[in-house]
Ligand binder design. Structure first.
Ligand code: ZN
Length: 430
């Protein structure tokens, strides 16, 4: 009986403490997101040291919070090759300048390109006549770009051939224009292609357009050095609960076009600071130790988290749980937890807790996936969970993922969910 009372009391006490925090406003995370997503940070990529400026900003906060460092300066450096567009990128069609990010995006692996080109089409009309397609492929030369629009093409063999042309450009044409009916998305590449590919909205290139002009200077870094930031808050034991988020984004494409990355993943980076502040508060004295890792180069292929798992600052088997936050700036449509189904008992507890406290109307547990920074930890048997929120805000790897657009509609619920779960883990040690 006594035990029961003690437990209830503690649960009550902890619910109280954490619910108190849950009622905080979002001004802190919003201010961090706004700074990380600002044009001065250049999309936190590999133009104008965007990644380093973002790291500096985070370090200032880490020091303010008073987190401890495993290594001097909290920093773990690593290098990788990456292609970038530091100078202006210019594209016009029949002398009408197109707007980067709105009308078109270069694919991240494009080399420097400069010139005026005629346009040869591969579209439904052309592929109706096999001869026309073959003639076109044989006759284009370096004065051409091939524009590809697969709308209405159903023939699988033709589609495969088109994919091959798009990927390899076996013709003499100087580049490929890929007509894209969906959203234009960008990502940095670790390599540079031999020819440029331009993703273009159908409205930006009419089938009777005559000429495309391009001026793009690419800079390929053979060895770009970026960094992870690793900090911790000591508990009574050296078993760690680790929270991670990538702070890099996809940078900029030329002077005019930068990718703010407010949801992806200024939101998770800010949330990590918010949790660090929360756990650092005296009244939340922790039994477990808590590590916080801001990863670099996630968008370039999970490079920061891969490097970290190969060079960890403390043994990976001391990690009790790892929580990865990547895109937590929405929530009006619920919370998703990738890899939850690999840990059914833990997920059942999360579901029960959510049911009791009604943080989210819907939480969705998913299978494991190599889609964010938890992945390499799962390959080292670390119980890992990747949280992202779902919502009507759909900006992704584009120029509209801005802080002022980000609703943070489920942030209270998200913070409450994690904090409550951790308070139960602290109490019950499961
Ligand atoms: Zn991301």
């Amino acid at each position: 009986m006594k035990k029961h009372i003690t437990l209830s009391f503690l649960l009550f006490f902890f619910s109280f403490a954490f619910i108190g925090v849950q009622a905080q406003d979002t001004s802190y995370v919003r201010s961090i997101i706004t700074q990380l997503a600002s044009p001065e940070l250049h999309g936190r990529g590999y133009v104008k040291k965007g990644d380093k400026k973002a790291a500096k900003l985070l370090l200032q906060e880490i020091e303010k919070i008073g987190l401890q460092a495993f290594e001097p300066g909290y920093t773990q450096e690593f290098s990788f090759p990456v292609n970038s567009f530091p100078r202006n990128v210019f594209v016009s069609v029949d002398d009408k300048k197109l707007t980067p990010g709105v009308d078109y995006l270069l694919r991240g692996d494009a080399p420097s390109t400069r010139g005026s080109y005629q346009i040869a089409w591969i579209n439904q009309k052309v592929v109706e006549h096999e001869d026309a397609l073959v003639n076109m492929i044989n006759n284009v030369d370096k004065d051409y770009f091939i524009a590809i629009d697969t709308t209405g093409i159903r023939n699988e063999t033709i589609l495969e051939l088109i994919q091959f042309i798009r990927a390899e450009n076996p013709t003499k044409a100087s580049g490929i224009i890929w007509i894209h009916h969906g959203k234009l998305v960008y990502r940095p590449y670790k390599e540079q292609s031999k020819f440029p590919t331009i993703q273009m909205k159908p409205e930006a290139l009419s089938p009777d357009a005559q000429e495309i002009k391009i001026k793009a200077r690419a800079r390929f870094h053979k060895k770009y050095t970026t960094q992870n930031l690793v900090a911790y808050h000591p508990g009574q034991v050296d078993t760690f609960i680790v929270m991670v988020a990538h702070y890099d984004h996809i940078g900029r494409m030329g002077k005019e076009c930068y990718f703010p990355g407010a949801n992806d993943n200024a939101s998770g980076s800010a949330a990590l600071l918010d949790f660090a502040r929360h756990i650092g508060q005296k009244e939340n004295q922790a039994y477990y130790s808590y590590a916080f890792i801001w990863f670099g180069a996630e968008e370039t292929g999970l490079l920061g988290s891969k490097f970290y798992t190969e060079h960890p600052f403390f043994p990976l088997n001391q990690i009790k749980y790892l929580f990865n936050y990547d895109m937590v700036g929405t929530g009006d449509e619920g919370l998703s937890i990738v890899n939850a189904l690999s840990h059914p008992e833990v997920f059942a507890r999360m579901e029960a807790m959510n049911e009791q406290h009604q943080f989210f109307e819907s939480i969705r547990g998913g299978k494991g996936s190599a889609n964010s920074d938890h992945y390499y930890f799962t390959t080292h048997e670390v119980p890992s969970f990747f949280f992202f929120t779902r919502g009507k805000f759909k900006a992704y790897h584009d120029i509209t993922d801005k802080a002022e657009n980000l609703p943070l509609s489920g942030y209270h619920a998200f913070f409450g969910f994690i904090a409550q779960f951790l308070s139960e883990v602290e109490q019950l040690r499961y």
